[in-house]
Design a protein around this ligand. Structure first.
Ligand code: AMP
Length: 351
């Protein structure tokens, strides 16, 4: 019997699915989040509700658990640094920090020879125009360096737009500009690395988006073996380089000549890996818990090809057909309010 208590900061669906995987291993999870009745709280015995900067509550949380992880990347780095003083926290705050800032993230990736789209850090609208001149390009994507997700905090600059007007829409936030990648598809690789340095991986997965939100993931990705191997190699290089303990995800573009360009790091389990609950012996959530709690990572021993469909907004109210389908594995996250664009659950369809 394991006698471990795991603390997870964040109350969303990733925390919920990690807590369920932990329970299967006999590990009790304590959730820390500001919201009452969160998706993760609904499946654990203990939740501590507190703000991410409430050191008294954070201390109370740390005192109750043996290991700590987090389930989304927009928690303040200071919260993780505070918790690190009290209990082992994985992944480390340094990875969280790099993933929260697109400039730090791209610099870090490029420094370890992981290619990205060409990028620059413009300080003024004129810098955007000057850089486009150097790139000999007419268009680019502008993104806020922090707190962007699901396409929020980004805009495409085309020669037709007025750059000053576009710039002011960002309200003085620090921006990165990126060349527009003419990609043929978007993929991701998830790796888990344990205390002994063993690495296992999921994918690459083929990811399709609607309105910038992940809509469908297909496994295996229909790509050349060389491309798949390279995507895994790049993600493993990243994990080794940072001495990862836990799970991380690398999102990549595949271009028409089969080159790979990294787009984003997520220092956590990922929506594109949810199929692993139903199509593998060992899911991304189980391996997340294992890696963080100093247990060996395993497998993942995928036994089925599959597709994962996100249930976004009112998709969750139209499940009659899925409910009658043998190979459809439904997961509902327990969010009380249906909102457009909100991830309410997912379905894995085994092939
Ligand atoms: P991100 O917030 O960086 O994950 O971007 C959200 C989505 O915007 C990506 O999944 C892509 O579909 C698209 N996108 C982001 N960056 C670029 C780029 N440099 N070139 C082309 N499309 C992009």
């Amino acid at each position: 019997m394991t006698n471990i208590k795991l603390g997870i900061v964040g109350g969303g669906q990733l925390g919920r699915m990690s807590a369920l995987a932990a329970a299967n291993l006999g590990i009790e999870t304590v959730i820390y989040c500001p919201e009452p009745d969160s998706p993760a709280s609904q499946v654990v015995k203990t939740t501590i509700n507190g703000a991410y900067d409430d050191q008294t509550k954070l201390q109370e949380f740390a005192d109750q658990v043996d290991y700590i992880s987090y389930e989304f990347e927009n928690i303040p780095v200071e919260t993780v640094e505070f918790l690190e003083q009290h209990k082992p926290v994985y992944p480390k705050a340094s990875l969280l920090q790099a993933s929260q800032d697109r400039i730090e993230e791209k610099t870090f990736l490029n420094n370890i020879d992981i290619p990205t789209a060409r990028w620059a850090a413009p300080k003024t609208p004129q810098d955007v125009l000057d850089t486009l001149n150097v790139w000999n390009a007419k268009e680019c994507i502008l993104k806020t360096t922090r707190f962007g997700y699901d396409g929020k905090g980004q805009a495409r600059y085309t020669g037709d737009t007025d750059i000053e007007t576009l710039w002011t829409q960002f309200n003085d936030q620090t921006l990165i500009m990126e060349e527009i990648v003419d990609f043929t598809c978007e993929i991701s690789v998830i790796v888990a690395r344990d205390v002994n340095g063993k690495i296992i991986h999921y994918g690459p997965m083929l990811n399709e988006h609607k309105n910038h939100i992940l809509s469908k993931t297909t496994l295996p990705a229909p790509l050349d073996k060389d491309v798949c191997d390279e995507a895994v190699r790049l993600t493993e290089r990243l994990a080794k380089h940072i001495g990862l303990k836990g799970v991380l995800t690398l999102e990549l573009f595949v271009t028409s000549d089969n080159s790979l360009l990294a787009n984003e790091i997520a220092p956590r389990t990922h929506n594109s890996g949810h199929w692993s609950i139903d199509a593998c012996a060992h899911s991304q959530f189980e391996n997340h818990v294992r890696a963080v709690c100093d247990l060996p990572v395993l497998g993942p021993a995928r036994h089925s090809d599959c597709e994962m469909l996100n249930l976004i907004g009112d998709d969750v109210e139209n499940l009659d057909e899925m409910m009658k389908t043998d190979k459809a594995c439904i997961h509902i996250y327990g969010k009380h309010e249906v909102k457009p664009g909100r991830k309410m659950g997912h379905v894995t369809i085994l092939k």
